[in-house]
Design a protein. Sequence first.
Lengths: 328, 66
Amino acid sequence: MRSIHILALSLFLAAPLAAQETIKLKGGQSVTGRATAYDAQKKVLSFRTADGKDVQYTDDQLDLRSLYQVYSSVIPEDNGKGQLQLANVARDAGLYKYAVRRYGMAEKADPTLKAQIDQELIVLRRLAADFCLQNARAAKAKGNRAEVEKWCAIMTDKLPDEPQTAEARTMLDQTYAAARNAKDDELESKHADLLQTDLKQAKLRYDRMIERSKEGLTAKSTSQSMQLWDSALDDGKFVLKEIDRIAKKYKDDAKVQDGAVKYRKLTTEQMVEVNLHLASLYSTRSSYNDAMKAANAALALDPSNAAAQAQRARIEQASSEGVAWRWR
Amino acid sequence: MLSRILLLALILTPLACRSTEPNDSPCTCGQAAADIEGCSHAKCLAGQNNPENPDCVCGTLSLKKH
């Protein structure tokens, strides 16, 4: 008897016990506890709440995102039709990336579903484009240029053929070069003499790199985007070499050294961004080796870049699953 | 007796504790960008749910597959 008490007390002390799960109901209420069973016939989830109450929720009572989690818990990956159904739930819940992954799994499990999946992907792209454009417009209304650019770039990378992306291209056209030119305005005035002489060629190539980066985002075909971005990267490499040359030439000039550091940073940031666009584009086409090369190139320029690290991790995941995460 | 309880608790703790491993990428599930880009938190990438983020949609609940 005493040992039972010891065990019970020990288990209590060993808290936190098994991790809690959170599900959400329609209307936004969160419930924490542990899912215990799901009845696929009756479409009922049994759940033990954190305070020990056993409750049941029908599919209709669950928030779509939680329903997606329930389905992803019970549908095996080799069940093609089940994965297709799961992908549709993810899509309708607004979990577009998750839906793309599930469509890939459905196709892997049952290649005969391809035609049906292609039809569902048409709906997904339309909904995703609406979602991105809505976010871009909201950011524009708030004057948040970085967010506008982020959403528009997602659209041009992932959803280049959607009608909504035309508006995203126009927005990018209006803001992209202006935002970048603003970044080097101060440097331009500070180093006007150098830019007219030693750095003249580098400045021309820097401006061209910006222009080509923008044109890559607003291009109507992915092959054109790739060409423009490759060319922008060539310009960037040239600029970095020139900066190194000037830094060496004026090694005792503090002002030049300071300018070199700042220009190198600007150029590197731009090259990282272009590499990430390339990685994203290749990922969208399921060309994971090329995507990985681009992500690694970004990390070679800036090893601590969080976006590049995240991008590489996602590419590794997609590649290791052997599932085509194709958006089109 | 207290020492036996503490010892047992010490042994059981690693079995119960499921805290998130150190990771540079935060769990972005629930944010608009994650809906379209995915989440790069280590647990999500490993196909697990991150219990520290109630909005995490990665991984599965503790249910058996059919």
